[in-house]
Design a binder for this molecule. Structure first.
Ligand SMILES: NC(=O)c1ccc[n+]([C@@H]2O[C@H](COP(=O)([O-])OP(=O)(O)OC[C@H]3O[C@@H](n4cnc5c(N)ncnc54)[C@H](OP(=O)(O)O)[C@@H]3O)[C@@H](O)[C@H]2O)c1
Length: 223
C-alpha cells in the first residue's frame, strides 16, 4: 500500500533526491520555500512558501495538509554558515540564531504541529550532522552549525522516548559529506550515494534503533 511521506527541503540537494526516490511508489508531500524545475517535474504535491522558521508558515502547511495521515516525516531542510570565536560580531551572532531556528527549532516545531497526523507506528527522520557530535569535534569552529545540530540531536533523542508509546521511531541520521549547494559541491560522496544509504537506514529503523545517532553508512556515531 502507498505510504504518505512528507519531505522538507524538497527543492534541491538531499531532500530533492529523497523526493525522486519515493515519488513513483508513494504519495509525497514536498515542502519547500521555492520550488525548482526538477521538483516541478515530479508527480508530487508541492507546498511552496513554507519557511520552517515561521510559525504562520507551519500553521498554513498544517491547514493545507488538512488531516492527511503521514507515515514517514522527513526533516531535511537545514542551513550551514561559518562562525568562530575570533570573529563573533553581531552578524555572526545573527547567523547562529538563524541556524538554531532552522536546524534545531524548525524540525521540532514541525513534528509538534503534525503530531496528530503522524500515524502510530510511523517514522520521523531528522537529517542531522556529525558536526553536532561533541565527542567527534576535533576541528572546532562552525559554532552555530555545531550548536544547532547538537540541539537537534538531543531533541530527537527526547522525541524518541516521548513517542515510543505510540510506536513512532525517530531516526537521527548524518548523511555523509555530500556534494550539494551546502558544501559548494565539495563533499566526498554524491547525493545519489548518500540517499542510497539513507534509504537503507530508514528501512531498518525500528523502535530498537529509535533515538540512535547514525551515520548514513550504518555506523553508530558518538554523541
Ligand atoms: N551536504 C552535506 O555534506 C551535509 C552533511 C551533514 C548534514 N547535512 C544536512 O543535510 C540536510 C540537507 O542539506 P543539503 O546538503 O541537501 O543542502 P542544500 O542543498 O543546501 O539544501 C538545503 C535545503 O534546506 C532548505 N531550507 C533552508 N532554510 C530553510 C528554511 N528556513 N525553511 C525551509 N527550508 C529551508 C533549502 O531551501 P532553499 O532552497 O529555499 O534555501 C534547501 O531545500 C541539512 O539538514 C544539512 O544540515 C548535509
Amino acid at each position: 500500500m502507498k505510504k504518505t511521506i512528507l519531505i522538507t527541503g524538497a527543492n534541491k540537494g538531499i531532500g530533492l533526491e529523497l523526493v525522486k526516490r519515493y515519488c513513483h511508489s508513494d504519495n509525497v508531500i514536498a515542502v519547500c520555500r521555492t520550488s525548482s524545475i526538477e521538483l516541478d517535474a515530479l508527480p508530487v504535491s508541492i507546498h511552496r512558501d513554507i519557511d520552517i522558521r515561521n510559525n504562520l508558515s507551519i500553521k498554513s502547511l498544517v491547514n493545507k495538509i488538512n488531516g492527511q495521515k503521514i507515515d514517514l516525516f522527513l526533516n531535511v531542510a537545514g542551513i550551514l554558515s561559518q562562525e568562530d570565536i575570533y570573529d563573533l560580531d553581531s552578524a555572526a551572532i545573527d547567523r547562529i540564531s538563524d541556524q538554531f531556528e532552522v536546524n534545531a527549532l524548525g524540525p521540532v516545531k514541525l513534528v509538534a504541529a503534525f503530531l496528530g497526523d503522524i500515524v502510530d507506528g510511523g517514522k520521523i527522520i531528522m537529517i542531522t550532522s556529525r558536526m553536532g557530535s561533541v565527542e567527534d569535534n576535533t576541528s572546532g569552529s562552525r559554532l552555530g552549525y555545531r550548536m544547532s545540530k547538537a540541539a537537534l540531536n538531543i531533541a530527537s533523542k527526547s522525541l524518541s522516548v516521548d513517542l515510543r508509546p505510540r510506536n513512532i521511531s525517530v531516526g537521527i541520521i548524518h548523511p555523509g559529506a555530500v556534494q550539494t549547494d551546502m558544501t559548494n559541491n565539495r563533499g566526498l560522496i554524491t547525493v545519489v550515494e548518500s540517499v542510497d544509504m539513507i534509504l537503507e537506514r530508514i528501512k531498518e529503523l525500528s523502535l530498537n534503533t529509535s533515538g540512535v545517532f547514525f551515520h548514513a553508512s550504518g555506523e553508530i556515531l558518538p554523541w
